[in-house]
Structures are given as structure tokens and as C-alpha cells.
Design a protein around this ligand. Structure first.
Ligand SMILES: Cc1cc2nc3c(=O)[nH]c(=O)nc-3n(C[C@H](O)[C@H](O)[C@H](O)COP(=O)(O)O)c2cc1C
Length: 408
């Protein structure tokens, strides 16, 4: 049998492409409109260089840190992804892999596995919520996550229901019925290993979202049913963000902050952490890469809240670049999804090990003992790289920024 281990995330992606039905692979590639943001998330990391030392390097590679009150073995978290049907063990396999590597797990409310099972696999689980339904319904979902033992909350609000991709959107059935089976059959038959993995479990992916109901085991809505409810929910205000934060007695992250003014508002709402993120390029196309927006946000609020980054992390050196530009930690999305598709739990562990090794090499080359020592001057930042969003004078240092308007 071929060696299941892969040497880069790019190879995991190639294997995922070979293994997954076209529609499932397409749902992971995602992106929106012209794909400008999803591309920029990757390109921006390529534009950043390193300034390595020749001698005086260190053998020490300290990476352990804390994020949202949790001790983690390196500054990398699993970002929540609402993806169905990648692997029969789904988010439970991801949670096990993260636990095996001493890392925390973000679980999407659109995930395919119940929060109770995921917390059992990894007690360091943060539950992610969208603003869907009434306040009572959201409270019920939060209560359930708390009862299950989730140790933190992630609120994701950066979603504008953009659709229409120049390369075409995958067909995703609302549920697996005759019509879906007929449309999916040609793709699935070309991917026998994927089918066999599900066949061994005795069930096909049912495409429901079990964490959108208040009680475990209650009839869960389909992915599209929940998506429809989300579209019909009134968009949240900053007061709603503060309300949501108050309802959760523990660490709370607002994910999807790109602007300095919004970062200040998030601080005012009482959050513990923010993630500088554009939803992996899946939201409003033409939003710049999150790494371009990170330095200004980290300078502005990095001493008040934990500033994380997600979007475009594919290797350990990307993690080093983000830390050097002010992130306390990063979150990964597609990188672990490719690993999961390629080789289940072991594939996710493989990805995490690659990130750890790459981050370690960066520390060695930059003569830093610890990830906490990484500095901006370890990185070559080309002129014009940054995007200082939500700053009255984009070229001014962040300290001089005025204009923290309060929005209702
Ligand atoms: C297929 C897919 C599904 C996602 N679903 C969610 C979700 O349910 N909740 C959420 O907060 N973010 C979701 N995200 C965004 C990720 O949490 C993360 O922000 C993004 O993937 C980071 O970019 P990267 O994939 O380049 O690492 C999703 C991303 C992808 C690719």
C-alpha cells in the first residue's frame, strides 16, 4: 500500500481532490464571486519574506502558549468549518487529532457531529455560532454547548450571503434522496474509496446540522433548512454582539474582524479574542487578505484582547509570519480539511505535524527560541503590503487614529 503520509499540505490537497466526489471537493475549495480574496489570502503570504541568521541559531523551539484560557502546544487552532460529508468521522476525527497534538478545536454550529461527541473527543472545544433565529433559540444552542462542556464561544458574523462563482458552484443536495443520488452518482462512482469509507459505517452523509437544535438527538434541520433560517434572521447590531457575549460565561471570540474601528467595537463589546479573518475568502470577494489587515488591528487592540488570524495558512512558515506581524495564534481551515479528506484523523495529525515542523524551522532560521520572540523585523514586508482598514488616515500610525464612531 502506498505511504499514507504526505509531506506538504499541497500534497494533501491533491489527494483530497483525487479522493472526494467533485461536489464535496468543490465545497471545500469554496471561495466566492471571482475568487480574488481566496487567492489573495495565499498570495499575500508569498509576498512576505524572512530575514534569517547564519550562526547563533537556537536548538530551542518553544511553541506552547495559551489561547482563550486554554493551554495549547503551539499557536495553531482548528477553525470551525461547516462541512459535511468529507469523512464519516467528520469533526470527531478532527477533534481527536487536535487533542492528540495538544490543540484546541473550534466546532461549527453547521458541523455534522453533535457538540457532545466532539467535546468528548477534545475537551478543549470552542463552539461557534452564527446569528440565526431568535435570541431564545440562540440561548438554547449556547446552553446546550455549555452543558456539553464547550470551554469557549466563537461568534462568526462576517457573512453576506454572496454566491455565484465564476468557476461554478458545486451541486450540494438538501438531503440524500433519489434525485440527489441520481445527480451525485457519476461523481461518487468515480471515488470508490470515499464511498467505501461511508459504506463501512453503514450510513450515507445525511447533511443535517445536529447542533442547531436545543437538545441532543432532537430532529435536526438540514444544512439548507438552517441556511434559510439564517438568511431570514435580522442582521445583528453591535448591541447584539455585546448581548451575545454577555450570555456566555467564559472566553468569547468574535471571528471575522478586518477593520481597526470594528476591532475597537469588539473590545467595547467585551470580547476576549478576535480573529482577523475574511472567512477564508468565502464571503465578500475583493476583501483583502487577512494577513494584510492584521498589523494595524494587532497594533490597535493587541494589548486589550487576543488577536488571532485565519485565512491562507498552509505551512509552518505562514504561522511564523502571522505571529511576527502581531497574531497571538492562527486558526486553520482548509489545511486540516485536506488532511481529513486525504487520511482521516491521521491526515489531520499529519497536517498539524507539518505546521509544527515548519514553524520550528522558521524559529531556528530566525534564531528565535520561542514563538513568543518572533518580531516584525524577522519578516520582510514589501512596501504597500498592508491594508489599514477602518482607520481615518490609513497611512498614519494607529495610535493617532481617531474616529471610533459607535454604530448601532
Ligand atoms: C468549506 C468551509 C466551511 C467553512 N465553514 C465555516 C463555519 O461554519 N463557521 C465559521 O466560522 N467559519 C467557517 N469557515 C471559515 C473558516 O473557519 C476559516 O475562517 C477559513 O477556512 C480560514 O481560511 P483557510 O481555509 O485558508 O485556512 C469555513 C471555511 C471553509 C473553507
Amino acid at each position: 500500500m502506498a505511504n499514507a503520509w504526505f509531506e506538504t499540505v499541497a500534497e494533501a490537497q491533491r489527494r483530497a481532490k483525487r479522493r472526494l466526489p467533485k461536489g464535496v471537493y468543490g465545497a471545500l475549495v469554496a471561495g466566492s464571486e471571482k475568487g480574488l480574496t481566496v487567492d489573495d489570502n495565499l498570495r499575500a503570504f508569498d509576498e512576505l519574506g524572512f530575514a534569517p541568521h547564519t550562526a547563533g541559531l537556537s536548538n530551542s523551539r518553544q511553541m506552547a502558549t495559551t489561547v482563550m484560557g486554554q493551554d495549547v502546544s503551539m499557536p495553531v487552532l482548528i477553525s470551525p468549518t461547516g462541512v459535511q460529508a468529507v469523512h464519516p468521522d467528520g469533526e470527531v476525527a478532527v477533534a481527536r487529532a487536535a487533542a492528540a497534538r495538544g490543540l484546541a478545536m473550534g466546532l461549527s454550529s453547521f458541523a455534522s457531529k453533535p457538540v457532545e461527541e466532539v467535546v468528548a473527543a477534545n475537551p478543549r472545544t470552542f463552539f461557534q455560532m452564527y446569528w440565526v433565529g431568535t435570541r431564545e433559540e440562540m440561548l438554547a444552542r449556547m446552553d446546550r454547548a455549555e452543558r456539553a462542556g464547550a470551554v469557549g464561544m466563537i461568534a462568526t458574523l462576517d457573512w453576506s450571503f454572496a454566491y455565484g462563482r465564476d468557476w461554478g458552484s458545486p451541486f450540494i443536495p438538501a438531503k440524500i434522496d433519489f434525485e440527489a443520488a441520481r445527480r451525485y452518482a457519476p461523481q461518487v462512482l468515480l471515488r470508490p474509496r470515499w464511498l467505501a469509507a461511508f459504506a463501512r459505517t453503514g450510513r450515507i452523509p445525511d447533511l443535517t446540522v445536529p447542533n442547531m437544535v436545543a437538545t441532543p438527538g432532537e430532529q435536526a434541520p438540514t444544512f439548507f433548512g438552517a441556511y434559510g433560517a439564517w438568511m431570514q434572521s435580522p442582521m445583528p447590531s453591535w448591541e447584539d454582539v455585546a448581548w451575545l457575549r454577555e450570555q456566555w460565561d467564559g472566553p468569547f471570540m468574535l471571528k471575522g474582524v478586518m477593520r481597526v474601528d470594528d476591532a475597537h467595537r469588539a473590545v467595547d463589546a467585551g470580547v476576549t479574542a478576535i480573529s482577523v479573518s475574511n472567512h477564508g475568502g468565502n464571503n465578500l470577494d475583493s476583501t483583502p487578505a487577512s494577513i494584510r489587515a492584521l498589523p494595524a488591528v494587532a497594533e490597535a487592540v493587541g494589548d486589550q484582547v487576543e488577536v488571532l488570524l485565519d485565512g491562507g495558512i498552509r505551512r509552518g512558515s505562514d504561522v511564523a509570519k502571522a505571529l511576527a506581524l502581531g497574531a497571538k495564534a492562527v486558526m486553520i481551515g482548509r489545511a486540516y480539511l485536506w488532511g481529513l479528506a486525504a487520511n482521516g484523523q491521521a491526515g489531520v495529525e499529519n497536517v498539524l505535524d507539518l505546521l509544527r515542523d515548519g514553524l520550528g524551522s522558521a524559529l531556528t532560521g530566525l534564531a528565535r527560541e520561542s514563538t513568543a520572540d518572533l518580531q516584525r523585523d524577522d519578516v520582510v514586508v514589501p512596501p504597500g503590503f498592508e491594508r489599514r482598514l477602518g482607520v481615518d488616515e490609513p497611512d498614519a500610525p494607529v495610535e493617532t487614529v481617531v474616529g471610533r464612531r459607535r454604530l448601532a
